[in-house]
Structure formats: structure tokens, C-alpha cells
Write a protein that binds this ligand. Sequence first.
Ligand code: FEO
Ligand code: CA
Ligand code: CA
Length: 674
Amino acid sequence: MTIKRRDPHAIKDAEHATPHNSAVPFADILAARLSRRDTLRGGLGLAATTIFAGAGLSACSNSENGGAVTPSNLSFNSIAGSTADSVVVPDGYVTQTLIPWGTPIRSGGPAFAGDGTNTAAEQAQQIGSNHDGMTFFPLPAGSETSDRGLLVVNHEYSNDTLFAGAGRQEDADGNPTDADEVRKDINAHGVSVVEIARDADGNWALADTGFNRRITAATPMNLAGPAAGSSLMVTAFDNTGTTARGTVNNCGRGFTPWGTYLATEENIQGYLTTTEDPIPEEKDRYGLNANGFGYRWSAVAGDASEVDGEFARWDTTPALLGAATTDYRNEANTFGWLVEIDPYNATSTPTKRTAVGRFRHEGAEPGRIIAGQPIAWYMGDDARFDYFYKFVSDESWDPADATGGLTAGDKYLNNGTLFVARFEFNGRGEWLELDISNPDLAERFSSQAEVLTYARIAADIVGATPMDRPEWSTTDPNTGEIYLTLTNNTRREPGDENLANPRANNSHGHIIRLAEDDDSAAATEFSWDLFAFGSNASADPEFNISGLTLDNEFGSPDGLWFDKRGVLWIQTDNGAPLDSNSNDQMLAVIPSALSGERQIRPDTQAQLKRFFVGPVDCEVTGVEMTPDYRTMFVNIQHPGNGDATASNFPDGGSARPRSATVVVRRTDGGEIAL
Ligand code: FEO
Ligand code: CA
Ligand code: CA
């Protein structure tokens, strides 16, 4: 297969199935799933009561959430699927496009060249490509301001087909030949931090009072936590193993309660290559091979302009007669972490946190933040049959750290415990600790630094549950439950199903949720349940378990976010086939307001409503709101999926398609969705 650096998820899922119309034989599994629902509900009762007592909310008649007030149901009508090359939202809402790829981040910065001729240096001063997860940070820090703030946006990857006039220059083997084009590619990756402000009419625009910056795949970063300074991090660039360069494939996002952003590093194997034969297990388990996604930035190594192996480092093959101190055999070990960024300090150095474990990080959202208790971050590893993790801080949360920046990060994110989930058959589950004190891990590894750097191998050893591509997770503020998208897995064969991943050939994915025992971040056991199943509307009930209709059929759930009112936003990636052939989309539901078991089932499905549909061949990923809930930000990634003839979003005409942030508001200025 020729890989042209299109959507890496499209590459992974090129074998997407046709719409389902046949029965799937998992009646036994489904029966078992239904039989254990009471476990979750019973387990949640105590927790929910505690939560709402603490929040001082008055009781209502909904016994499902322990007497909590729940918002009234969604106030908009579900919109139809769309195949238009534009954004569609419900009646009564308007949209605006903000910061498309190439936008200069500072006033007077280099303008976007519509023919793709911006240089590497110009790209470094412009918004990156392929927007993904994002977070809004009000200005000033610590405030609840809703008309001015910092938008921090991940840029997952780049489409070389859109970069230069007719695509990048390559040799006959598809290797890049122009160092400046490669450097431009590197600069299109990473994260943007931009100040934005709302005017009296509700329109948003870029502002520039000193916060705006680009973080790229070349930006110097610190390494921190147990693996920092270990022999595994030693490179020719830093023989002490305490610094690294750049971040790539930043996908779902994470955040902290102390005002920092967590950029996730997902498909690092798309960039870091090796020609070793055989490939060592430590690289093979992370998917490294000779080609990655075809970027092959190391092909221009040796160019006269190269500084400090900036290109060579992407090839991790040990050099002949080399050593870890003289080559880049360990470069891949410096990727696959969470990168903490302080958006409020434009000169701060991003820090890679190694205590959280190294894998294909998707999202990293904390559970509920409670003073005096440790904080847990829940983290998916997005690959077929990979795992769901949580990191629990050693330190308990002190609200005095609320604007603590990277210093608070040192306190909470450098010391803690990494766990991986095992979902048991009776609706119960266990968090398995990944610690060198486990004799099975001590047999394979010599230090905790190794356990964390090769967390996937450690998770294999302890017996974690192989999942259907864990993507984003998010926490219901009304119940404390953690929801997780499992986007799809068409390689799960009949007979390989487990209760948490009960569909073979799972083309449309599902959403699972769990409740920690005693509502505790540090719990080592939990209860779990299945919340919703993706499907096309006309599929048999055995597949369309949630009873979806044309009003809410969806597939490949990926982005997932609870706003603080308890509205769950579900975003889709990669268009698992739908009856409507709709482009990717975003739906909303209020799980704590659902009747019965609070699941999306045939009797409750109508409360799941489609709110937003993106343009042709895009992914809808990344969602955020201002604290007043009157402005929503939604990212459109890869309109046209790398094909300049398929979409012209957002500029129209014959313009090259550009990823962008879409602002959504109500025309009456009211709160979104309620
Ligand atoms: Fe980059 Fe797993 O989506
Ligand atoms: Ca994603
Ligand atoms: Ca995805």
C-alpha cells in the first residue's frame, strides 16, 4: 500500500466493513452484559449521593443518579446526516471558522500561501495542520472569563499532498529530497497556543498580547519522572537523557486542574523508523518499522543545513560502531508520553511526563478533582487489542495549586502509580499496577524506568484486557463515571469477543463506562457497563443494539467530552458506513438524565441527538466550550482527507482544504444545547 501521509486512522482502517445487515452471534455475551447492570448501578448509588451532597444540589425524583438534579433534556432537534462540503448545525445556531492551518499566529506574521509555497520558517509562525484535541484556557489564569482566552490545539499530522505546490519533492523510492520541505512538515506538527477574543457581536478573532506560540516536532523539551535521565533516554543530542526534541501525532488531549495542557503522543511509529532485522521487541511492540507512515524525514539527513541530527534522529537504527551516546537508537523512547504545556507562560519549556507510561496516548482527562484526594488520569492506547490505563498521583489535590503551572505538574505528575484495566466477566474490573515490585515484571525488566518506557509489554505480562482501540475518555460530572470510546476493531474475530468488547468485526465501535469503587481515584477495582453501540440505522437489532435511527446513527466514536453540565459530546472519525452516507459528526446526550439503566437502548435512543456534521471527508475531533457555555469550539480535521479536489473547506471555490476550528453559537446568545 502506498502511504501518502493521509489520515493515519484511515490507513489503519482501510479494511472498514460494509454496513451491517447480518446477525452477530453474541447472544450469550449480551445476556451476560445485561445480567450485571445492577452491579454498576448499585456501586454508583453511594458515590453519587456523596458527590451531590458535596455539591449542595437539591434532590429530584431521578433515583438513577442518587437524587441529583439533572439538566432538562437537549433543547435542539437532531439534524439530518449531511454529505455537503460544509458544517451543518441545528436551526438557531451559527458557525464561524477560526484559525485554519497556515494562519499567522502573530499580527504581521507570514500570510498563508494558498498554493502551498510557505517555507519551513513561515510554517513555524503559522497554525499547524490537522487540528485535533483542544482546550480553552480563560484569561486571566484562574478566571472563568468567557470572552477572552487561550485556545490550545493539537496538530495531529500533515498531508504532504497539500504542502507544496504539487506535493513534496521525492525520489523514486518516495523519500523526501528537499530539506526545507521536511522541516516545514516538522513545523506543521505539534501544538498551537493562540489567544482569542470575542467581540460585542459574539464573533471571535485572534488576539496577540504575548501568549501565542507554536510548539513543533522540533521544540526543545524536558523529560521528567522516573524514566528521565535513565539510560533508555540517552541520545546523541543529550547524553544525560533529560531533554528531548519535539512532539508528534498529538491526538486527543488532556488537561490538569492547575492550568496546564497535556498534549498526547499517539502514533509515534509513523515517524520513527528502524531497519533493524529482526526488530527488537521493545521497538516492535510499539510498531516501529522501516517506513512508518512514509514521512521518512531521515532521508534528508546529511543535508548541509541539518543541525544536531534534526533529520537523522528519526531513524532509530543503531549506527555501525555507534553507541547510545552517539546515535539515535533511543530516540523513539523520547516519544509516546504526555507533554505538559503551560499556555500561560510562553517561554516555558514543555515537559514530557514519563510517570504516566509510554504508549500510543490518545486522551488524558482526569477524573473528578476533589480536594484532599489523589488525582487519576484515564488514558487510552489507540491500537487494536491494546489497553486502557490510569495514572494516580501520589500527592493529594490542594486547590492552592490551581494556577501552579509546570511546578504543580512536577508535584502531581512525576510521582504516582500506573495501572492498566482488566475487565472481568461479572461487571467488575481490576486496575493492575505496573510496578517493578511485581515479580513477573521484575523478571522482564530491570527498573521502573523500563516498566514505564515499555508499558505496553508490562501490560501484556500482567494480563490487561485487549480492547477495540481505546480513544478518548471523559468523566461525568454528575456521577463521577468514566466513559471511554472504543472506536472500532474489524480484526476482532468471532470467538475473540470479551464482555467489554462484545462484537466481532466491530466496524462501528462502542462506548464503555466504569465507576471506581468508593468513588475513589486510587481504587484498584471498579464496576463497568456498556453505554452505547455505534451502528448504521438499518442493521439488525443484534448489531444495532442501541436501536439507532437515521437521526442518530453513528460509527467510530473517537472524541468524547462531558461539559460541566453533564452533556456528553460524541465525535466520530473515519466514517464507518451509515445508511445516510453522512460525513463525520458530533452528537450529544445527557446520560444522567436517561431513564432506566441510563444506556442508549431502543427505548432511550431518541435522547441521543446529532448536533453537528462536518464537511466532506473530514474527521470531527476536539470540542470545548467557554465557561458560560455560550461559545463552542469544534475542530475539523483533514477535510478532503488529503485530496485537494474532494473538499474546499473552509475557503470554498477551488481553494485547498484546510483543517480549522469552527466556532458555534446560538443566534439568541443562549447556552448551547440546553
Ligand atoms: Fe488519532 Fe486515535 O485518533
Ligand atoms: Ca482520535
Ligand atoms: Ca480515531
